[in-house]
Design a protein around this ligand. Sequence first.
Ligand SMILES: Cc1cc2nc3c(=O)[nH]c(=O)nc-3n(C[C@H](O)[C@H](O)[C@H](O)COP(=O)(O)OP(=O)(O)OC[C@H]3O[C@@H](n4cnc5c(N)ncnc54)[C@H](O)[C@@H]3O)c2cc1C
Length: 391
Amino acid sequence: MIDYRVSPETQARLAEAAEIGRKELRPAGLEADGRGAPIPPDDAFFERCLARGEGGTVWAGPDGKRATGPRRSVVERLLLSEELAYWDRGVIIAMPGPGLPENNVLSMGTDEQKERFLGPFLARDRPRWACFGMTEPGAGSDAAAIRTTARKDGDGWILNGAKCFIGGASRSDWILVQATLDPTKGRGAQRAFFVEAGTPGLGGFKIEKKMGLKAYESTSFTLDDCRVPAENLLGGEARYESSAGFKTAMRTFNAGRPQIAANAVGMARAALDESIRFARENDLLGRDRVRDRIEAISRKVRKARLVCLKAGWLADEERPNIIEASMSKALAAQMAQEATTLGLELVGLVGARGDHLIEKLYRDVKAMDIVEGTGQVQRMIIARTLVGLPR
Ligand SMILES: Cc1cc2nc3c(=O)[nH]c(=O)nc-3n(C[C@H](O)[C@H](O)[C@H](O)COP(=O)(O)OP(=O)(O)OC[C@H]3O[C@@H](n4cnc5c(N)ncnc54)[C@H](O)[C@@H]3O)c2cc1C
């Protein structure tokens, strides 16, 4: 039987997240949006994140004994993600930590790599970031089409290519770069490499201009005869048999879909609350037109939330969730766009002024449809899975 109960500890954490969100995340997000630039890496905001115990890794250390907080179910993690995104999705992505590639390192990395690349995050001595570099100017949805090459050179590898829209790249201690040994050989020829900050040949960082989520940087960079040692190949040579290299990357995306869906639900909830607040303050709740929009947003939020929790619950049960994970992402991202559009309609001209939270949410949510597989790509995955074709 489906059970979405959360522990008292997680209830308390949700209340704490709401408090931090109200005091810290929302103001930081609005400020970055107004400035049109990411929160700088040396901002005191990140020191406060570390002081609250954020910015670490879930890796338990070489002896497996480092306390990393309570283990939470996927459903509980989704609820927390939703709550944090309610306050500001851009700011939570800006927070320090090993981010997107942490799961790859945990599942594929050697013990030595976990210690070298995740170990420093245990110290929480300064804000640290890491990121995952897959997307290229000519390869987004079709991740098998990447052109960044890796060539064996003595006891190391030489990387050449260009990446774009990589979250936090210019401030990361290391970037997990997806490259190919032979662009004509498709997925099986792909490998992932740790490229550490300051490695000669890694450069050309350029923070992209984006329409929303301005609190964190999305950055392009180049790899120009960039040499990394053999030990920087994720998982070591032995792990890369058949198409395992590509599957590493895809695993990251698959694990993240309900998470993105939960973020979208949180952002849509924020649009709903803001719409109600605006309507109440402006004495509009008596109008059918206004109540109609509030009902529509509320219904859509609840529907998307249920699909998202189902995807999480299946993961907790260790049951296949490919369809639900993709459905939750496709549905919630689209729903959040509709919710913010309805919210904008409700606030009318005030929204068009460009300084209203709903207008910011309207710009922020579009990325939820793009990252980790666009809506079209999710629908293709669902359709192929439904008729029994490989993804
Ligand atoms: C805010 C943000 C943060 C990001 N962070 C990262 C990051 O940290 N690391 C990283 O590696 N990447 C990151 N990305 C890149 C993201 O993964 C890509 O933008 C995404 O994969 C889509 O690729 P694309 O933009 O090149 O679009 P394209 O793949 O060129 O797609 C363009 C359009 O065509 C549609 N389309 C594509 N193929 C098909 C098809 N076969 N059938 C039907 N329609 C199709 C798409 O749905 C889309 O609407 C980020 C992007 C954004 C916007």
